[in-house]
Design a protein around this ligand. Sequence first.
Ligand SMILES: Cc1ncc(COP(=O)(O)O)c(C=O)c1O
Length: 413
Amino acid sequence: MIKNRIIYNSFSEYQFKISKAKGSYIWDENEKKIIDFTSGWNVVNLGWNNKEVNDAIVKQAKKNIYTSMWLADPIQEEYAEKLTASLPKSLTVITREVSGVTANIMAIKTARAYTGKRKILSFRDTFHGSLYQTLQLGYSPEYPISKAIFLDFKDHIQLKYPRVNYQDKNEQQILKDFLFELEKILKIEKDIAAFVTESGIITGWGSTFIAPHGFLTEVRKLTKKYGVLLILDEVGTGFSRTGKLYGMNHKNVIPDIVTFAKGIGNGATIAATVTSQEIAEKTFSKSNPQSTFGWSPLNVAGALKTLEIHLRDRVWEKAEKDGNYITKTLRDELKNISYVEDINGVGMEIGVRLTNGLKNFNMVRFIEKARGKGLHLANADGHSFQLMPPLTIERNVLDKGLEIFVEEVKSFN
Ligand SMILES: Cc1ncc(COP(=O)(O)O)c(C=O)c1O
């Protein structure tokens, strides 16, 4: 969609202009106050225009807003120290990235440089960023977009995600079958540098994909056994979204490389690729870790304050509690609705999938109608929603939003 000279993505038919955004609310251009269930897709986890974060940015703007590639502002080093202190002990060094996509590309370059191998293992139907190399991790070769923009797929191996629906009874079998497939590939393919995955929950690809219990622990064991690096993309799962500070904390799995963006700065735009000293030392001269805009001190000030707030307030605890509450409320309220196929999530990253082709259902119309009633929603495809309220949302605001959502879903009954 193109509107007022800006090109938007394909999920933008319900694009609209805002006049203000604060906490759990946004206001449209007519000053209509709307509850937000998107957090800008997991960015403003601490609420829109969080005062402490914005004040930190303003304070930094009075000192220094830019530092070039071969300079360091003290706030960058302070942040690097605090970010790594919040991670498992072996993850000690960082590249200064600008967005999730550059962080993931950096991770892949690092893995290839370290292992001397080429191929990347990933899941089909996933998203790791909009550059073609990262799109290629999750887009099938058959998609029209793949034919239009990709080179070839010879360096990619895609697996099917071991997805568990909430009423599935055969979770452990799903895990067993997946691990069997994975090991079969790892045994045969000797040229795999890394396995890229999110930490047990895949977002944005039709509701949410939840992996079986034990998934990440077993993947870590197998990747270690076969000398393949594990890259965790925590761009969406990081910063308390899933009910832990990071998704990997659920099972204490330690990846070789982890990437962050989105919620890292609550709207301040930085990203990070973090790895061990040993991997970094062997690769930085080959992997070209550079960015003109990476970690502008202005944005780092926002990220530093964001991290401090997450740690101080243990934001993940509220996310876990409210996430369980949302999931339970929706499952209770929608339990006899035949066209609700799945309600699943981890923490406050929750997917709701309706039957594809539901009569009279139109996603754009649904979202616009909900907005008319005061709720801003995001869809994950033409029949699935992704609910991602700010983690700081007040219970009465959350209840009001859920009430609107449930009423709209029930209206097709
Ligand atoms: C899991 C995941 N990784 C990477 C990205 C890309 O991040 P960015 O848009 O900051 O490049 C996204 C964006 O939606 C994402 O959801």
